[in-house]
Design a protein. Structure first.
Length: 142
């Protein structure tokens, strides 16, 4: 129902404003990094034991191998989260439609026609002025 004042916002139904999740993405990312760090710290010794059963770890690397395996777990979790976000994230809407492209093409054609008409008018006006000047020169010579 249109109001007599010209605005519908006072009398019409307003759409509820949605809070976009995009505003909270940096906070969610920070929380995920903290959680992934904690998971990596917990499972790093387990991964180190699994790897040390398969291969022998040099004594010089034994102390740092927990940090290395924790880093690998952390990196793998970050890659997994990135992959999931990439698949699930909403894609921006593209404003390209066949109708829009057709309209733009017609506008370009019309603009070219208008430019051609303007150029022809200018050339015709210049030709008339040259003709008048030539006639004025002939009158001066007589």
């Amino acid at each position: 129902m249109k109001s007599t004042l010209g605005t519908d916002e006072n009398y019409g139904i307003r759409k509820a404003r949605r809070i976009s999740i995009r505003a909270f993405l940096p906070l969610i990312g920070l929380i995920l990094m903290i959680v992934f760090g904690a998971i990596a710290a917990v499972f790093a010794p387990t991964l180190t034991n699994i790897i040390s059963d398969s291969i022998t770890i040099p004594p010089s690397l034994a102390e740092n191998f927990d940090l290395i395996s924790g880093g690998v777990i952390f990196f793998a979790l970050v890659l997994l989260a990135t992959l999931v976000y990439t698949v699930v994230a909403p894609k921006p809407k593209r404003g390209v439609t066949e109708r829009g492209l057709d309209r733009e093409r017609k506008e370009r054609i019309q603009a070219a026609k208008d430019a051609k008409k303007t150029k022809q008018r200018a050339q015709a006006k210049m030709a008339r002025e040259r003709k008048k000047d030539a006639q004025a020169e002939q009158l001066k010579k007589r």
